[in-house]
Design a protein around this ligand. Structure first.
Ligand SMILES: Cc1cc2nc3c(=O)[nH]c(=O)nc-3n(C[C@H](O)[C@H](O)[C@H](O)COP(=O)(O)O)c2cc1C
Length: 211
């Protein structure tokens, strides 16, 4: 069957205009809780878009590890491709797509590194295998072979068999939300879209957008 023959109706929910008075962070948390409760795998995954120094966009999946006071926290390698993009342009876009609920959330914001203490606390809470992996990988750099990567990993494991300090190149980023759009699929493509934009006085303005 041709791709263009895939069709569905979106009928699982709605956003009425009372939503416009809602706190977008409370809504975000409520939707996230609902999606996690479905038992979906990698429920916290989102597409993180960045812009490179030369203006090229890029996107990859990362995991949301915390949502606090309007900041979306994720962890990565500061020297990775995304790390370099964020140095050049400390802004990012986060896209969550939850097909089983027919929902999408889009978040735009500025990005900053969280404190070294916070990054270390999270790093040490991860399983030792993940710690070795983070320390062994020069994320986004080329390597000659799988064997070479495994040898690098083994060397780190031998060096730090029991515990390992957080490498300086690894830590958390916070996306400070400035614009959040909630999308709920509706019948006949008349989808609901409510977009919140942060105002200078920290108040949020809400607007319904055409689908
Ligand atoms: C489900 C899933 C979750 C991932 N979570 C993370 C993550 O939390 N942090 C991270 O650095 N990379 C994560 N990755 C790997 C990234 O998608 C990407 O390959 C890596 O960060 C390198 O990206 P870059 O070269 O653009 O910096 C994840 C990949 C998948 C498929």
């Amino acid at each position: 069957m041709a791709l263009h023959d895939d069709r569905k109706e979106y009928v699982k929910g709605s956003l009425d205009d009372r939503w416009m008075n809602a706190d977008p962070f409370v809504q975000f948390q409520a939707w996230m809780d609902e999606f996690r409760a479905t038992g979906a795998e990698d429920a916290t995954a989102f597409a993180l878009s960045t812009v490179a120094a030369n203006g090229d966009p890029d996107a990859r999946t990362v995991l949301l590890k915390e949502f606090r006071e309007g900041d979306l926290i994720f962890y990565s390698n500061y020297a990775s491709k995304k790390g370099k993009d964020l140095e050049a342009h400390p802004r990012a876009h986060a896209l969550f797509f939850w097909p089983s609920l027919e929902r999408q959330i889009r978040v735009l914001g500025s990005v900053h590194k969280i404190s070294a203490e916070e990054s270390s606390a999270y790093f040490t809470s991860r399983p030792l295998g993940s710690q070795w992996g983070a320390a062994a990988s020069q994320q986004s750099q080329p390597i000659a072979s799988r064997e070479a990567m495994e040898a690098q990993w083994k060397a780190i494991q031998d060096q730090h068999p029991d515990s390992i300090p957080r490498p300086e190149h690894w830590g958390g980023y916070a996306i400070r939300a400035e614009r959040i759009e909630f999308w709920q699929g509706r019948a006949s493509r008349l989808h609901d879209r409510i977009q919140f934009t942060r105002q200078p006085d920290q108040i949020w303005a809400a607007q319904r957008l055409q689908p």
